[in-house]
Design a binder for this molecule. Structure first.
Ligand code: BEZ
Ligand code: FE
Length: 294
């Protein structure tokens, strides 16, 4: 179409999107163009702002590497990762769900560990934490033989891949649930940490007077054929940022029962902590996500 005015460009672009053969891709592209054009009109985007926006998109790509994923950080900082999770789980948002954000730090092939073993692989400060978990279906029945991948940041607030001071795969491990659907392991109590702020996301947070912290949490990714892969996080309710997660990830169902114990543990250490949590899996296709980093 030879355009007469701005309305024509929207109509023409929508007509072209409507030619997409695949019906799902067609629906997505038509809606995307509708909303993008609506957004440009809504904020009356200037030419300078448009150039700045394309530069930001390019910068997000350039900042992303095998060990850093700026796009995931940005999606989370805009609340989009959490929204996608919540509309796709728990009966499409109608009931509680154990599902949560994957985040940018899950790695494939974390080492298998015996139930009761530790995931501390190099000198890591922090109070001992004993985790017991139970994996069940929607009816509350145990799921045996599920593979439970766990990972968390160290008490200095860094994942092992961000920190040359930690052994490879420190604070990561893979467990198998027993006949009662249980797994258990030892680690150290995690603390909250700031997401990386040296890129575009950091500039956004600064512009909005937002702190960069995620409250202390334990990640899990649970695989059992016949069930949707369960990507979950459990949060520490005593963390000062429990109700202001920079990634909007905390839901009621994910607030953990961390218990402080002041009597010494078997090694004579006090205080120590325990966490017991039940993870609910939903039936579905078992598809592993692509790891955001290597
Ligand atoms: C995380 O918890 O690992 C995470 C999630 C989203 C963005 C950044 C970090
Ligand atoms: Fe995390």
């Amino acid at each position: 179409m030879i355009l007469k005015n701005d309305k024509d460009v929207t109509a023409d672009a929508l007509a072209v999107m409507a030619q997409t053969t695949d019906p799902r891709l067609r629906a997505i592209m038509v809606s995307l163009v509708k909303h993008l054009h609506g957004f440009v009109r809504d904020v009356a985007l200037t030419e300078a702002e448009f150039r700045a926006a394309t530069a930001v998109v390019n910068e997000i790509g350039k900042l992303t590497s095998d060990t850093h994923n700026e796009a995931v950080l940005m999606a989370g900082s805009l609340g989009v990762s959490s929204l996608v999770c919540l509309i796709n789980n728990g009966d499409n948002g109608n009931t509680e769900t154990s599902q949560s954000l994957l985040g940018p730090f899950w790695r494939l092939n974390s080492p298998e560990v015996e139930n009761g073993g530790t995931i501390v692989r190099s000198g890591t400060s922090g109070d001992p934490l004993f985790v017991t978990g139970r994996v069940v279906n929607r009816a509350g029945e145990p799921i045996a033989g599920a593979k439970v991948d766990v990972w968390h940041a160290s008490p200095v607030g860094l994942y092992e891949n961000q920190d040359p001071g930690q052994a490879d795969m420190n604070l990561r491990g893979k467990f198998t649930t027993d006949a009662q659907g249980r797994f258990r392991f030892r680690t150290v109590k995690m603390v909250g940490y700031p997401i990386p702020t040296d890129g575009v996301v950091g500039r956004l947070l600064a512009a909005q007077h937002r702190h960069p912290y995620r409250p202390a949490h334990l990640h899990t990714l649970i695989v059992k054929p016949g069930y949707k892969v369960l990507i979950s996080q459990v949060y520490d309710p005593t963390d000062p940022h429990i109700d202001s997660d920079v990634q909007f990830g905390v839901t009621k169902a994910l607030v953990g029962d961390f218990v402080r114990h002041d009597e010494p543990d078997p090694t004579g250490t006090a205080p120590w902590y325990s966490l017991d949590h039940t993870y609910v899996m939903e039936r579905g296709e078992t598809v592993l996500p692509k790891p955001p980093i290597k």
